[in-house]
Write a protein that binds this ligand. Structure first.
Ligand code: SF4
Length: 220
């Protein structure tokens, strides 16, 4: 099993590099945190998207150590307007940290968002984007990525965020009940978290996106 995982990791790292992204392997969440630290200059303006993976890697604690200008949207007492302002300031940050909903073995990042601040920052704005993902996010292709979204990532995230959606209650997307569902089909709930679907393939700006694949199962 371990050998199979390493084969998929190596294949994915090579494909990401072919797609003009930096790609690293770190065996543990702690190693990933060290690599993130190496990739950020002291004094850099840094922020991140919501991510269980980043929490598991201790990234928030790293950003709070005083070495960075941390745009922290989770400071207690912030108003919705202040949080929205941080979302917008993220576009001018030096480093944006995030995970991915899935990464294909041919080097594509698949991300889906409800508020869309996270996918927007991945696509454009921050000078550098660092993606940290456990090996469990690797999928063969975009079809598997979409399946993963509808049966793993979205149900678990809606449960975590306490959204009153079909997938939070049943563990799968309502679109799976349709015989011919396609990308973008889903619930009509106001709390839906699958609103905008993005695929990062070969990048024009080489190495702006840096991907750290971790040899542990992280996030969902
Ligand atoms: S479209 Fe709705 S039901 Fe389907 S996975 Fe997304 S939030 Fe869940």
């Amino acid at each position: 099993m371990q050998e199979l995982n390493m084969a998929a990791i190596e294949k994915t790292l090579e494909a990401l590099r072919r797609n003009r992204m930096e790609a690293y392997y770190c065996p543990t969440a702690e190693d990933a945190r060290t690599k993130v630290q190496e990739l950020m200059e002291k004094g850099a303006t840094v922020t991140h998207g919501g991510s269980v993976t980043l929490t598991q890697c201790g990234i928030r604690e790293l950003l709070q150590n005083g070495d960075y200008h941390y745009l922290d949207r989770s400071v207690p007492g912030l108003t919705r307007e202040q949080v929205e302002e941080i979302y917008r300031k993220a576009f001018f940050s030096d480093v944006y940290l995030t995970s991915a909903n899935a990464i294909t073995e041919d080097g594509k990042l698949f991300n889906v968002d409800g508020n869309c601040n996270r996918v927007a920052a991945i696509l454009y704005g921050p000078k550098s984007v660092i993606v940290v993902a456990g090996y469990n996010k690797i999928v063969k292709n975009l079809e598997e990525a979409f399946d993963r979204l509808r049966t793993v990532a979205s149900p678990l995230n809606t449960q975590r965020l306490k959204c009153d959606t079909y997938c939070a209650k049943t563990g799968k997307c309502v679109s799976l009940n349709q015989a011919d569902s396609t990308l973008g089909d889903g619930c009509r709930n106001d709390q839906r978290i699958c609103c905008s679907y993005t695929v990062c393939a070969q990048q024009r700006q080489k190495d702006r996106i840096k991907v750290i694949l971790v040899g542990e199962s992280l996030g969902y």
